[in-house]
Design a binder for this molecule. Sequence first.
Ligand SMILES: Nc1ncnc2c1ncn2[C@@H]1O[C@H](COP(=O)(O)OP(=O)(O)OP(=O)(O)O)[C@@H](O)[C@H]1O
Ligand SMILES: [Mg+2]
Length: 428
Amino acid sequence: MDTKTYEVAPSAARLTGSLRDIGYDFPTAIADLVDNAITANAARINIYTHFEPNGSYVLISDDGDGMRARELIEALRFGTRRAYGKNELGRFGLGLKTGSFSQCRRLTVVTRTAPKRASFQVMTLDLNRVARSDRWDITVGETSTAIERAKDLLRESPGTVVVWEDLDRVLPERYAESGWGRRRLRSLASKTSQHLAMVFHRFIGGDVAGREEVIICVDDEKLRAWDPFAPNEPERKVLDEHHYEIETERGSSEVRFRGVVLPARDRFTSLEEFERLSGPLKWNRQQGLYIYRADRLVQHGGWSGLRGIDEHMKLARAAIDFDTDLDESFQINVAKMSVELPPALRQMLERPVQELCVLADDAYRRSANSGGRSDVTTKASKASETALRDVGIALKAAIMEDRSLEEFRGALSKLRQRLPELARQLEL
Ligand SMILES: Nc1ncnc2c1ncn2[C@@H]1O[C@H](COP(=O)(O)OP(=O)(O)OP(=O)(O)O)[C@@H](O)[C@H]1O
Ligand SMILES: [Mg+2]
């Protein structure tokens, strides 16, 4: 006997509304489109923001593979049906739509595949239309100033341009014509530059195996990679890399951990470099874990609950790398901006993270600037207390630098048992 069923397809009008608020901001929404361009083998990606009273738009253009008509229709479906290879950046079939509609009401994709003929596919998904018809209909061949400019960008060769119009989230109606709106768009563009330079630094810097470097420009300004690990600073300290196998239902996959202690301010090659390496959220909040999914940064700083942010640890940064077969273990979200450490990994990372922090603390204290304003949080009232703590740190740093000191480590743990008060003062 057949089971009786009813198909209850979601209401297009209601669902598109709620899918606008799943945690993107302007830079992260653009980053999701850059993912797509990189996956389509783009070598050059341009982001343009254009302000015009009640006619502002944003273009994200790439010189990648482009899409044929069928592919474009599928690309505009919420939940694109397709398979993914290992370490492809896409996963949910949503980013193009959810990223775009988090910022605008009208999304058009202009794309071209044929290298010889300049023939374009132009398709639009418009939230006003969806709200009226309650259907997920796309329209073909729409035109506007922005769409014509997008075609111009593809005159010479194949690629794809994503067009955002009706920027209701970026420029709410009452501001859309004012100088405030112009300034806001400019400031978002500059935040986007910072964000992309960080998130895609390995791609921009040519550090991804088997890939030429990717050029990304925002309003014609070419981005310079922002590598949180300051690879050109001779005084930085790179710790040994650790590898961990994480089990999944389909086998296991490797996670890599590499800690780096950055030089303190007075050991940097220049003050400009020190300021630049501070990063979008500045030194203190940029300490911690930099988690890469298939070479694309999905978390930049913070300790994922392993410990708290601490001024003394601000020189500590660590890269964690995982492949897309661990997406579920890391609970990657649609906006690709949040992950959870798998519990097994969390446990294994405790010790190397602590080692890194001890060394970072040591580097910070040894620097000429550590006694300055920033250090008021330490309870330096009693000089002896501080001195004892420093001795403790020096001891721990010595153990870590020389692995042959295992016995010494044992002696310290005895000391901890017998003289707990002294151990506490030494912060062992
Ligand atoms: N710039 C582009 N060039 C070529 N194809 C693209 C481009 N942007 C999107 N596509 C196609 O559209 C599909 C849907 O993109 P979308 O970002 O919505 O989902 P996804 O990348 O598959 O997954 P995710 O939701 O994780 O980003 C992609 O899988 C890709 O096939
Ligand atoms: Mg995508």
